[in-house]
Design a binder for this molecule. Structure first.
Ligand code: PBG
Length: 333
């Protein structure tokens, strides 16, 4: 071989067929996508979420209506968030564990109508506490980690008992995965999957979600328990500890800002790895598209591709409900 000949890597990219032939990464298949949804009380309710174009808070009947087009695009997994009435909130988020909570009712309704769905539920207190924190508080206002564990376990048991395939604890309390696993097993729910938000960062990119779920903390922030964006090794440890505690699926959240964490974990663990493409990562792309600064579906496709390339198996993303349009763009990225 003549080592002085100029290298021509672009040879492989000359035509669409050659690019596709030599691709090593494709968009996550629809079956690996999870659509996060917000539930509200009442029938025929569909409240568009201003901070998240294309998403709405849905009554249970409206959610069932939206599942049909989702399934026809091949997406068959949901992650449910309850947005309870403000009057149900209290100091310890008791309404979250009620058997007739919105989430439990939605799980039962979906289970009945759509046996082919995989239904996951978010397990946290922040939308149910009067102060908006993810757990019970100590007198000084700090989150009381150990007092929160049984509260989270009760929520998980209620959701699993209603028929959820999996629970997704997102409170970032130490020991929450073992507490939840023990409670599920103790209630004969040993088949319930735990998809742990194992490395969830204290991120400024949850803003649109907190608006949608009315879950912003009334005082302080979540940096005392959520992972720090400036500590990579601790972030990896958060996930490996959850694996030891019995998590079935690990998760990195946000996704696009933490592709390095996804890539590192992919090399280190064998468990399925999920990435949560959060509200801010979704809404900033909508904001660009609205201003005419980029094409919505192409930007979405490129983000899903990046998450996949980093090594995530499962992609939790608000893009899931327009998967077909994005996948069409993805073919040509
Ligand atoms: C609840 C929870 C949050 C998100 C998912 N579960 C918000 C938070 O921690 O404040 C964020 C999701 C998103 O931004 O899309 N603990």
């Amino acid at each position: 071989m003549n080592s002085t000949a100029p290298k021509r890597p672009s040879r492989l990219r000359r035509t669409a067929a050659l690019r596709q032939l030599t691709a090593d990464t494709v968009l996550p298949p629809a079956g690996n996508m999870v659509w996060p949804v917000f539930l509200v009380d009442g029938s025929s309710r569909r409240e568009p979420i201003v901070s998240m174009p294309g998403q709405a808070r849905l009554g249970i009947d409206e959610l069932c209506r939206d599942v049909e087009p989702l399934l026809s695009q091949g997406v068959r997994s949901l992650l449910l968030f309850g947005v309870p009435n403000a009057r149900l909130k209290d100091e310890i988020g008791s309404a979250a564990a009620a058997r007739d909570s919105l989430v439990c009712k939605a799980v039962r309704a979906l289970r009945d109508r759509f046996p082919g769905l995989a239904i996951f539920t978010d397990v946290c207190l922040c939308a149910y506490t009067s102060h908006g924190h993810c757990g019970a508080l100590e007198p000084d206002g700090a989150v009381d980690n150990d007092r929160t564990l049984p509260l989270l376990a009760d929520i998980a048991v209620a959701h699993a008992d209603s028929g959820a395939d999996g629970v997704a604890p997102s409170a970032m309390m130490d020991g929450q995965v073992s507490a939840i696993r023990a409670a599920l097993d103790g209630h004969g729910l040993s088949n319930t999957v735990i998809m742990s938000y194992s490395t969830k960062f204290a991120s400024a990119f949850y803003g649109p979600f907190r608006d949608a779920a009315s879950s912003a903390p009334a005082h302080g922030d979540r940096s005392s328990h959520q992972a720090s964006p400036s500590a990579l090794r601790q972030a990896i440890r958060e996930s490996t500890l959850d694996a030891e505690e019995g998590a079935d699926i690990l998760m990195v959240k946000p996704a696009l800002l933490y592709l390095d964490v996804i890539a590192r974990l992919r090399e280190q663990v064998e468990l399925p790895l999920a990435a949560y493409n959060v509200s801010g990562e979704y809404s900033m792309i909508h904001a660009m598209a609205e201003r005419g600064w980029g094409d919505l579906d192409r930007m979405a496709a490129e983000s899903l591709l990046a998450i996949r390339r980093a090594g995530a198996d499962i992609v939790i993303s608000y893009w899931a409900n327009r998967y077909a349009a994005i996948a069409k763009e993805g073919e040509t990225v």
